[in-house]
Design a protein around this ligand. Structure first.
Ligand SMILES: O=P(O)(O)O[C@@H]1C[C@H](O)[C@@H](CO)O1
Ligand code: HPA
Length: 289
C-alpha cells in the first residue's frame, strides 16, 4: 500500500519538522486558481517533488507547490495544484494530501475547482457553492475508500449525505451578499467524471437529467476522504464554461478557455475565501456547541 497510515505519518512529520505553521484550514486550488495562495503573509513554500510520498503536478496551471501562510491571523496550508485521476494517479495518491492535512491538525478543508455549467441558469464566471456531489467514477469502483479500511482514519461505511457543511455554506452565502456578489454566487450539485476529455453532448444531457448542475474532473475523491476522516468541507466551483446540451450549438470547450475564465475570476473568489477564513471561528463556535 503506497499511502498507508505510516506513509502519511512520515510525510506529516517531515513537513511539521520544517515549518512552524500549524494550520487549521487547508485550501485546494483548482485549475487557474493558484492566486488564492498568493496573498498570504509569513509564507513558506514546499515543492511537491521535494515532499516524501507526494506526487507531482502534470496539468498546466497546477503549480505543484504546498504553501503555508497566514490569512489575517489564521494559519493555512494551500495546495497550488491538485492531482487528478486522469493523470494516471491512483485515487489513494490523489487524496494523499487530505490525510496529511488531517494528521497535521487541519479541521476544515476548502476545495475549489473549475467546472462546466450544466444548469441552464448558470453563467460563465458564476461561483457555485457545492451543496452535494455525484461520484460517477465511484459507481464504477474508482473510489478512494475501496480496499482495506484503516480505522485510524475513519469508519468503513461513512455517511456522505452531509459531506458539505451546511454552516459553512451559509457563511459563504452571507459573505457573498455582504460583498455584493449574490447575483453570481449559486448553490448546486457537482458531478465528477474521470476526464480527460470534455463531455459529449449525449453525456452532458445524461448528467443534467441525473441532477448535476456542473461537471468537472476532480474534488469528489478529496471530499470523500476528507469526510471519512472527519474534516469539515467547503466546496467552491467556478463555472468556466457552459456545457453544450444542444447539437445546434457551436461552442467548443478547451483547457485554455477554462484557465482564462478562472484567472479572470480568481480575485473575486479570493475575496470570498479570505473573508471566510477570517471569520471561520464563527463556525468553529457553532460546531463546538
Ligand atoms: O482541478 P480542476 O478540477 O479545477 O481542473 C479542471 C478539470 C480539468 O482538470 C481541467 C479541465 O480544463 O480543469
Ligand atoms: O466542461 C467541463 N467538463 C469537465 N471538466 C471541466 N472543467 C472545466 N470545465 C469542464
Amino acid at each position: 500500500i503506497c499511502c498507508s497510515f505510516e506513509h502519511c505519518k512520515f510525510t506529516t512529520e517531515w513537513l511539521l519538522s520544517r515549518t512552524r505553521h500549524r494550520p487549521k484550514i487547508a485550501v485546494v486550488c483548482g485549475s487557474g486558481l493558484s492566486l488564492l495562495a498568493e496573498s498570504v503573509s509569513n509564507k513558506q513554500v514546499f515543492r511537491y517533488e521535494d515532499i516524501p510520498n507526494f506526487s507531482v503536478s502534470t496539468v498546466p496551471s497546477h503549480d505543484g507547490h504546498l504553501v503555508f501562510g497566514n490569512v489575517k491571523d489564521k494559519s493555512c496550508v494551500f495546495m497550488q495544484g491538485r492531482f487528478h485521476l486522469y493523470e494516471g494517479y491512483s485515487l489513494c495518491k490523489v487524496t494523499f494530501p487530505v490525510r496529511i492535512f488531517k494528521l497535521m491538525g487541519v479541521e476544515t478543508i476548502i476545495v475549489t475547482n473549475a467546472s462546466g455549467g450544466l444548469c441552464q441558469d448558470f453563467k460563465v464566471g458564476d461561483i457555485m457553492i457545492i451543496k452535494d456531489h455525484i461520484n460517477l467514477p465511484g459507481f464504477a469502483g474508482q473510489h478512494p475508500l475501496c480496499g482495506p479500511n484503516d480505522e485510524r482514519f475513519g469508519i468503513r461505511f461513512p455517511c456522505m449525505s452531509d459531506a458539505y457543511s451546511k454552516e459553512l455554506r451559509k457563511l459563504v452565502l452571507n459573505i457573498s451578499a455582504e460583498l455584493g456578489y449574490s447575483n453570481f454566487v449559486r448553490e448546486g450539485v457537482y458531478c465528477m467524471v474521470s476526464g480527460p476529455n470534455f463531455e459529449t453532448i449525449a453525456e452532458a444531457r445524461m448528467l443534467h437529467i441525473l441532477g448535476s448542475d456542473s461537471v468537472g474532473m476532480s474534488t469528489v475523491p478529496e471530499v470523500t476522504v476528507a469526510k471519512h476522516c472527519g474534516l469539515r468541507v467547503l466546496g467552491l466551483s467556478l463555472i468556466t464554461n457552459k456545457v453544450s446540451l444542444d447539437y445546434s450549438r457551436e461552442e467548443k470547450v478547451n483547457h485554455e478557455e477554462v484557465l482564462h475564465i478562472s484567472k479572470m475570476r480568481a480575485e473575486m473568489l479570493q475575496k470570498v475565501l479570505n473573508t471566510f477564513i477570517a471569520r471561520s471561528h464563527q463556525v468553529e463556535a457553532i460546531n463546538s456547541n
